[in-house]
Design a protein around this ligand. Sequence first.
Ligand code: FAD
Length: 335
Amino acid sequence: MQYSPITADDISHLRQICGDDWVMWGEDISPDYYHDELSLEGRPPEAVARPGSATEVAEIMAYCWERNIPVTPRGAGTGLCGGAVALYGGVVLVTDRMNRILEIDEENLMAVVEPGVLLMDFQKAVEGVGLFYPPDPGEKTATIGGNVSTNAGGMRAVKYGVTRDWVLGLEAVLPNGQIINCGGKVVKNSSGYSLTDLLIGSEGTLAVITKITVKLLPLPRRQVSLLVPFTGLEEAVAAVPKILSSGEVPAALEFFQREIIQAAEKYLGRTFPHSTAPAYLLLTFLGNDLGELERAYEVVAEVCLAQGAMDVLIANTADRQGGVVGVPRRLFGGH
Ligand SMILES: Cc1cc2nc3c(=O)[nH]c(=O)nc-3n(C[C@H](O)[C@H](O)[C@H](O)COP(=O)(O)OP(=O)(O)OC[C@H]3O[C@@H](n4cnc5c(N)ncnc54)[C@H](O)[C@@H]3O)c2cc1C
């Protein structure tokens, strides 16, 4: 497809929309915008626009639509598949100025945010009022808009699902500049096509997401993590379905191999509690009652030992209201 190159007139129009400070052109563009976290060589966009509102996004989209200028939405650029890279030039539309948490509805356990809010800021804000946003992708400097657009997963997906499972509604700007709303602050929303689900995970190919409504949970007060070394890779992997069917599903479950721990130890200059086993599972349990948590992880520890675990270590225990309270210690001896 042939797109129109950006001209000086286009730049002055984009500056009228966003303000002079929020549009970069040509050599003024930082190479940071050439790539995401994977595609390090990247492609330079012709312009970078940083709108401050959905109305400004809509004006940019309508203008570029009429002139056949490609627009690539971008959050924090932490993506790993090049979706935020301007393959065909044109405008990279960055959401970093749209970074307000518009509402935390403590009564109805919901929140409304702009797309440029960083995951770490959002998690901190909701936890500050005793609430919990379960999706937990590894990169906390990603934006919520990026998380929605990639349907980001993360370690807690095993119990809570992925970002899609927590989005109730979206406001988005279509390529022609039309602003649409889909879903909203209701749990039961069962009629018609789910445009919300269509937009989630669409990587900026269908619309620019400008507002997001998500569900929340009460914040679990306690956290316990188990580090489980296994005699082999197959034993570790085979233990996972047994754990999930034990009735005590951990909130997070991560698998890694010895080489990863050794590389991390070398890089960080720190010693891991255990680093000689071929394979490991790291399990995290969340809850409010320590007794219930202990019962849960003891059941899972027994399952792991029966599946070839060499040991079960409590990697850390944290009281989410009282800070870290433990250091690694042995829970059960295996073989
Ligand atoms: C160390 C590390 C750990 C990671 N861990 C995980 C993980 O556990 N799980 C996981 O799923 N991913 C993970 N990722 C990948 C990445 O962090 C996620 O994909 C994240 O959701 C991207 O958010 P972002 O704001 O950086 O988006 P960007 O990288 O800027 O954009 C990603 C995509 O979303 C589109 N987009 C961004 N904002 C909007 C918007 N407002 N409207 C429409 N489209 C938009 C872009 O066009 C692009 O296609 C990790 C990345 C790193 C570097």
